[in-house]
Design a protein around this ligand. Structure first.
Ligand SMILES: Cc1ncc(COP(=O)(O)O)c(C=O)c1O
Length: 396
């Protein structure tokens, strides 16, 4: 494995010279943006070279996915996750959010229920409503060292009209890589309640702990595969989200037909440059990914150490992703994201994820930026006036 020194993740790339959501939100202000889930790193050299070769050709006609692209993905899933899929299970999409909105549309009928646990990536919570379905949800619960399922609460939340279980694995924002026992429990739950499963596995290339490998839920057994739509993309792992290329893996032919029917006339295929990047990333992006994960492990440790020293803040370190989910409830801040933004750090507010009182910090950035952001956060907490200092419950 090549060391992290072989790629430069340390030198900041000035993203303010181009339009872009992450840095654009704070244009002209001294706020370090650690919010939206993209990284401040250049894509792997092999991906950039493949794009440059394709752009140099100069003709950008309609292009359906080609055999080498399909092979790069099917080989990649077998190599990286031990999941052997058939090429014709793939349904190409411009994005994963599109993919789970489609799943809501084909699950049951208008007025039926869709289950999702919170906190979760906010578009999970709006997708059911977009499709005329009702969201039912219960809360993930933390124990001493990790977030997990409150099984009784999930069972109690499911209604006779629940038709779809939406799963995020690895999980944004809590960073869990659900283990085989948890996935088997979810698969059994889906079987007992006859639920479709839509599993968003967009973060599966970003598992930080080698001893907790990602397991696609559809790889558990054939029965689970038949009821599952798995969504994946190169966008998070290789940092190419605005190239808009993703795919669903749908082993069951009937389910795949219903899914494709919902797409007809509405959902375009991916952009050709996105597909070029996808082929290069899945085929040749392994060395860069290994180096990235090394770097992210270092960043995760810095965040965990810094947060542990911040009064009133706590977090359970993520097993995957470059996202830290920080509990600010002990700091007694009326608006945690607003407080840190005023201190010069732009974080994601927990409220749209379904749990106020938390913030999400994106540590997919050079250490110099991360360290400065952590210093700003600590200083702001220490500099609070006595009225803003957290109180211990029970003390006057
Ligand atoms: C869990 C999850 N799903 C989907 C997306 C976005 O996917 P896409 O850009 O392919 O629609 C994100 C982006 O942060 C995400 O974290």
């Amino acid at each position: 494995m090549m060391s992290e020194l072989s790629f430069d993740f340390d030198t900041p790339i000035d993203r303010r010279t181009l339009p872009g959501d992450k840095w654009g939100r704070y244009a002209g202000r001294d706020v370090l943006p650690l919010w939206v889930a993209d990284m401040d790193f250049a894509a792997p050299p092999g991906v950039i070279e493949a794009l440059q070769r394709r752009v140099a050709h100069g003709v950008f006609g309609y292009t359906a996915p080609w055999p080498e692209l399909v092979a790069a993905v099917t080989d990649g899933l077998a190599r990286d996750h031990g999941w052997h899929i058939e090429a014709d299970w793939l349904v190409w999409l411009p994005g994963v959010v599109t993919g789970f909105n489609l799943a809501c549309q084909i699950a049951g009928a208008a007025g039926d229920d869709v289950f999702s646990a919170t906190p979760v990536y906010p578009p999970f919570l709006t997708a059911p409503g977009n499709a005329g379905r009702r969201l039912v949800s219960s809360v993930l619960k933390p124990d001493a060292d990790r977030w997990g399922w409150d099984r009784a609460a999930v069972e109690a939340t499911l209604t006779p009209r629940t038709r779809l279980l939406m799963l995020c694995n690895p999980h944004n924002p809590v960073g869990r890589v659900f283990d085989r026992a948890e996935l088997a429990w979810l698969a059994d739950l889906a079987e007992r309640h006859d639920l479709l499963i839509c599993s968003d596995e967009i973060h599966c290339g970003l598992v930080l702990d080698p001893d907790t490998p990602h397991i696609p839920i559809a790889s558990l057994d054939e029965a689970t595969a038949r009821r599952t739509i798995t969504l994946m993309a190169p966008s998070k792992t290789w940092n190419v989200p605005a190239l808009y290329c993703a795919f669903a893996v749908i082993p069951d032919a009937d389910l795949r037909r219903r899914y494709r029917r919902a797409m007809r006339g509405v959902v375009p295929p991916p952009n050709v440059l996105g597909m070029v990047a996808t082929e290069a990333a899945y085929r040749d992006g392994g060395t860069w990914r290994a180096a990235l994960l090394d770097y992210l492990r270092g960043n995760r440790a810095r965040v965990a150490e810094a947060v542990a020293r911040m009064p009133g803040l706590s977090m359970l370190p993520p097993q995957a992703t470059y996202l830290a989910w920080i509990d600010c409830r002990g700091a007694d801040l009326a608006d945690p994201a607003g407080f840190f933004e005023a201190a010069g750090v732009g974080l994601s507010d927990g409220t749209p994820f379904g749990t106020p009182g938390f913030v999400r910090l994106n540590f997919g950035c050079p250490r110099a930026i991360l360290d400065e952001a952590l210093v700003r956060m600590a200083r702001a907490l220490e500099a609070r006036t006595p009225r803003e200092t957290p109180t211990t419950p029970g003390t006057p």
